[in-house]
Design a protein around this ligand. Structure first.
Ligand SMILES: C[S@@+](CC[C@H](N)C(=O)[O-])C[C@H]1O[C@@H](n2cnc3c(N)ncnc32)[C@H](O)[C@@H]1O
Length: 315
């Protein structure tokens, strides 16, 4: 993964809840009077139990969803892999081919890992790619499955994924706009897959999404998800990042300092409690789990593979 991540809001952030409530209330008041596009406040661990609840702004289009749709509109390939060669103005046949090749390689490795560690005869028939972006991983998944479903919160990303499937004459892909309960998803899947998506979603919301996905895991099905479970950045840096997520003006300032377009949206990054994810999996009947931990630019990540027991398999 090539990106320049920002340090994170972790769930071990030392915040006195009573104090945390005050800036949240203040921000809520400011939002009433200023028509600025305020981003959602992080709702991860440090805010848990806080009487002031901030949820993603589904109706008014603000929050990380709006940021992602903006990426889909202005720079979809850079939004997926943050390397300058994938900026819209730099994209050419060669860089586009490299972009899609990276997806084929990643899915090839994923299937190898599932076969080596969980099920040597594994062949998914129905696959889900959560946070499919422009189809980088969905397209190779479609090549391995009878049917592949891509879900994404950004209409612009979905439109680009659709165009990429059409260009390749791919007929077995459906694209679905995400919501937090995944209400538009039907049926069960042999593979539930997500890569570099959950880190961009605040933990509380992401855990609910994992739970919603797991409701669609069929017997013998495999879940392959990637997330961050720790940030190694100093606490002061994390505090600044938290400010930037909450105040667009702080984000504008950081963009200018880094020589980026001023209004370029943030790409929020969040950590997850590993134990909480594993407990969701075990509650959904996932009986074998394989974890591949690795570190990337200040974050501890994990690719987690789990297989649900197959009650229908002969003993
Ligand atoms: C970094 S891109 C990764 C795309 C793809 N997984 C890949 O690796 O090629 C993150 C994607 O997650 C999507 N996303 C962000 N929040 C989401 C949410 N709450 N539900 C579904 N998709 C989301 C974004 O729109 C974006 O397309």
């Amino acid at each position: 993964m090539t990106r320049t991540p920002d340090p994170i809001i972790t769930n071990d952030f030392p915040v006195n809840l009573a104090v945390a409530a005050r800036p949240a209330k203040l921000l809520a008041c400011v939002r009433q009077v200023l028509p600025l596009p305020f981003y959602e406040l992080p709702t991860t661990g440090q805010m848990r139990g806080d009487p002031v609840q901030f949820h993603p702004h589904k109706e008014d289009g603000l929050g990380t969803d709006a940021d992602w749709d903006k990426w889909g509109e202005i720079d979809p390939y850079f939004g997926v892999l943050s390397s300058d060669e994938y900026r819209t103005e730099n994209l050419n046949a060669e860089s586009e081919a490299k972009f899609f090749r990276s997806g084929e390689e990643y899915i090839g490795q994923t299937l190898d890992e599932i076969r080596s560690h969980l099920d040597k005869n594994y062949h998914p028939e129905r696959s889900l790619d959560f946070g499919c972006g422009v189809g980088r991983l969905l397209i190779p998944l479609a090549g391995l499955s009878k049917e592949a479903i891509g879900v994404d919160v950004s209409d612009h990303m979905l439109a680009e994924a659709s165009s990429n499937c059409q260009k390749r004459n791919i007929q077995n892909v459906s694209l679905i706009k995400s919501d937090d309960d995944l209400t538009k998803l039907t049926g069960t899947f042999d593979l539930i897959h997500s890569f570099i998506v959950l880190p961009h979603i605040p933990e509380e919301r992401g855990l609910a999404l994992i739970e919603a996905m797991l409701r669609h895991l069929g017997p013998g099905g495999v879940v392959a998800i990637h997330f961050f479970y720790r940030c190694d950045a100093p606490k002061a840096t994390r505090a600044l990042v938290k400010l930037r997520y909450a105040l667009p003006i702080a984000n504008y300032a950081r963009n200018l300092i880094r020589g980026r377009p001023m209004r370029e949206p943030a790409m929020q990054l969040h950590t997850y409690d590993l134990e909480a994810v594993i407990s969701l999996l075990s509650g959904a009947g996932v009986s074998s789990i394989y974890l591949r931990p690795y570190s990337e630019q200040g974050f501890q990540s994990v690719a987690l593979y789990g297989q649900k027991s197959d009650a229908t398999a002969p003993k």
